[in-house]
Design a protein around this ligand. Structure first.
Ligand code: DGY
Length: 320
C-alpha cells in the first residue's frame, strides 16, 4: 500500500524525518528560496500532508487542487497566510506552533526594544565607520528602559512573556487585549487600559497582536499621533498591523522617537526601503523565533502534528 505523502515546502534537515520514514513518504523543496507557487500547486495534488511556512498562501486555489490533503502544519504561531475557515470546509486540519517559540520571540522583542532605545546598531556602525574619536557626554545617548512604562498590545502568550521581562526592568506595565487577563494582571502587575490610553501613556508601545481583520493597520496615523513624541514603537507581530507610510511619516517628523521592527508589510524589504534610510529605526529580517533550539522544536512540532492527523492519534496544536 502507498505510504501517505507529506510535502515539505522549505528545506529542513533530513535527519528530523528519520523517525517517520517507515510510515510516510516525504517530498521536500530543496532550495533555500521559498517554493514557487506553481510547484507547490503541482505537489499539493498528491499530498496528504503539507508542512509549510508563512511564505506560502494556503487559499482557495490551493485547497481546490489538494484533493488528498488532510493536514496543513504551519511552521509559525501566526497563521494569517492560511484561510483556516476554508480549510475546515475542505476537511483539512490546520496546525501552528504555539508555546515552543514564546520565550524566544519575547527575548527578541526585548532585544529589539533595548537596541532601539539605547541606539545599539547606530553605535556599532559608528565605530565600524571609524567615527569614534572621543568620549563625549551625550555621545549616542539614548532613552532609559528601566522604570519607563511599557504598553503591550496583545496579551497572549508572547505578550505575557514580554511583560515578564519588563517586570525585571521595574517597568510599569500597561496592556490592551480583546479580553482582560486577570491572571496576568495578578502575576505580572499589569494594568488593563483602553488602546487609546495605552498609546497616550506608554514610553514603549509593543505590538504582539495577531494579524486579523480588526488589527489590520491598527497602528495608523491616528494611533501614532496619540503616542508621546518620546515614545518608541516595537513590532514583533505582523507588518500589516501597521500603516507603514504613517509610521515613516511619524518617524521622519519626530512625532515618534524611534522604532524597532522585526516585521514589514511586504517582506523581504531591501536596502532602498524608506525605513532603512532612518537612523532612528532598527530593522530585523523577521527573526523573532529564530534560535537554533526553537526553530528545531517548531519543525518537530509540525511533524508531530502531521503524523498525529495522518495516523489518527490527533494533532497536538490544532487551530481549526
Ligand atoms: C510566527 O511564528 O508567527 C513567526 O512570525 C514566525 O516565526
Amino acid at each position: 500500500m502507498r505510504k501517505p505523502l507529506i510535502y515539505i515546502s522549505r528545506k529542513i534537515p533530513s535527519d528530523v524525518l528519520e523517525p517517520y520514514q517507515n510510515q510516510f513518504q516525504f517530498r521536500m523543496w530543496q532550495k533555500e528560496d521559498p517554493v514557487p507557487r506553481s510547484t507547490l500547486l503541482q505537489e499539493i495534488e498528491e499530498a496528504e500532508g503539507l508542512f509549510c511556512t508563512l511564505t506560502e498562501k494556503i487559499d482557495r486555489e490551493l485547497l481546490q487542487k489538494a484533493t488528498n490533503l488532510k493536514v496543513v502544519a504551519n511552521m509559525a504561531v501566526g497563521f494569517d497566510n492560511i484561510n483556516v475557515e476554508l480549510a475546515k470546509e475542505h476537511g483539512v486540519i490546520v496546525t501552528n506552533t504555539p508555546d515552543v517559540l514564546t520565550e524566544t520571540t519575547a527575548d527578541l522583542g526585548f532585544a529589539l526594544l533595548m537596541a532601539t532605545a539605547r541606539r545599539v546598531v547606530e553605535a556599532n556602525n559608528f565605530i565600524k565607520n571609524n567615527r569614534w574619536d572621543n568620549w563625549a557626554p551625550f555621545l549616542l545617548a539614548g532613552s532609559d528602559i528601566h522604570h519607563k512604562t511599557i504598553g503591550i498590545v496583545g496579551m497572549g502568550r508572547i505578550g505575557e512573556a514580554v511583560a515578564k521581562r519588563a517586570k525585571g526592568f521595574d517597568m510599569p506595565i500597561l496592556y490592551h487585549n480583546r479580553t482582560r487577563k486577570l491572571e496576568a494582571e495578578k502575576k505580572l502587575g499589569a494594568t488593563y487600559v483602553s488602546f487609546d490610553d495605552l498609546l497616550e501613556k506608554s514610553d514603549f508601545v509593543v505590538s504582539v497582536v495577531p494579524l486579523t481583520e480588526e488589527t489590520n493597520q491598527l497602528f495608523n496615523e491616528a494611533a501614532f499621533q496619540k503616542m508621546k513624541d518620546s515614545a518608541i514603537f516595537v513590532n514583533i507581530s505582523r507588518g500589516r498591523t501597521v500603516d507603514e507610510e504613517a509610521l515613516i511619516h511619524a518617524l521622519e517628523t519626530k512625532q515618534l522617537k524611534a522604532a524597532g521592527l522585526d516585521v514589514f508589510v511586504n517582506e523581504p524589504i531591501k536596502g532602498e526601503h524608506p525605513l532603512m534610510k532612518l537612523d532612528n529605526v532598527v530593522c530585523l529580517p523577521h527573526i523573532g523565533s529564530a534560535s537554533m533550539e526553537t526553530r528545531t522544536k517548531m519543525i518537530e512540532l509540525c511533524l508531530e502534528n502531521i503524523s498525529g492527523v495522518l495516523l489518527g492519534t490527533g494533532p497536538k496544536t490544532p487551530i481549526n
